[in-house]
Design a protein around this ligand. Sequence first.
Ligand code: HEM
Length: 419
Amino acid sequence: MAAQYPRDDIMSDNEGCPVKDWATDYDIFDDDYVRDPIPVWKELRETCPIAHTTRWGGSWLPTKYEDLQAMVRMVPELSSRAPNVIPPSPEMRAELIAEAKQYGSETPPITADPPEQIAYRRMILPFFTPKAVEPFRASTEALCHDLIDGFIASGSCDAAVDYAQQIPPRVIAAMLGIDPDRGADFTEWTQGILELGQTQPELRAKYRKIIREFFAELVVERRKEPGDDMISKLIACEIEGEPLSDYTVIGMCNLLLVAGIDTTWSSIGAAMWHFAGHADDRRRLAGDATLFGTAIEEMLRFYSPVTMARKVTEPITMGDAEFIPGDKILLNFPAANHDPGVFDQPDDVVIDRERNRHIAFGVGIHRCAGSNLARMEMDVALRVWFERIPEFELSAPEKVTWVGGQVRGPRSVPVSFAT
Ligand code: HEM
């Protein structure tokens, strides 16, 4: 299928119309798909493993594990310069192109291709090794206990809003050396970029500006008075003897703030939703702490939150799909994690799954730099919750809401428990 369509259009003619054919007209924001995409992936994998749509600026959607594995290795034919699932508005696109010409990649390494990407990635990996993350475990535990102290006496809470959502912004703030008490702001900004901003370009522009201005001020401060925090350490980094520009330091801080919030909160929230609604799994985990490790990997596999995008730079044919330069490809890691060719019982949650080669954190040169941190946060969030509230359930299943697109996860999970 050769694609010919206006790639910079945010809205296509069919926007808002129900999907009739998922293979040629999928909609990643369709309500049923956002709630439960698994049946669609199964159908596509069997009939049209790389689907296409003209909606939301047009894109391709692979569903097979092996295709995803191949695509992440197609560098630079599939470029990371535009990794959002929805293209920016024409105005923002013009701004980004002008900035890229003047300063380079916007939020490296995630928006960079090799060789540039390699140097930026090397700079941030040391911040997120298991050893670097471990010192933040105790404060994350204390935070989780504080959050639970705030609602346990009432016998109910929203496990997404009052718990999952509160953890990642504060943990990454502590690591970056910014004020953890502004956690609610960081959450709002991240939602403005990754969630609401995907379909509302004015919000994406607004929050991009807010985040960049926030870090611009801090970069000035830390240049004057360096501390032991990540921003100061990034300022001190060099590439071939040259210090990083303010534009680049701000972009990297922007990435480190945004990349770990919505994603990890979605994973913790999905796990809370799962265990609230599945008594067998909940009781099994509550009764056997040795299962946390495999249960967390299974939550990451089954409810993988993140879809990234690549931009085609050279014509490529894969199966029946013909990609042409300018096309957007959605790296559908979540669907790959349900491929029956790789996982037994892919559409069942198996909390003691032994072999689980999921790619929820991506794979290849851009594989998630923060995966150790994300796993630590999930581990602490679930262990502390189960220690304090081993028995809980959905109190209003009809009020559960999910969002999708770049990051999929539950946004409201009302639960109740005995006090
Ligand atoms: C469960 C939580 C998380 C999930 C599922 C997740 C998923 C991903 C995925 C799929 C990618 C690959 C991007 C690509 O191929 O274009 C990625 C990259 C990245 N993630 Fe995460 N992430 C999570 C948490 C975090 C956290 C806590 C941080 C910490 C700041 C973080 C920082 C990053 C960075 C810096 C990259 C870019 C790496 C590069 O381009 O070299 N992530 N993440």
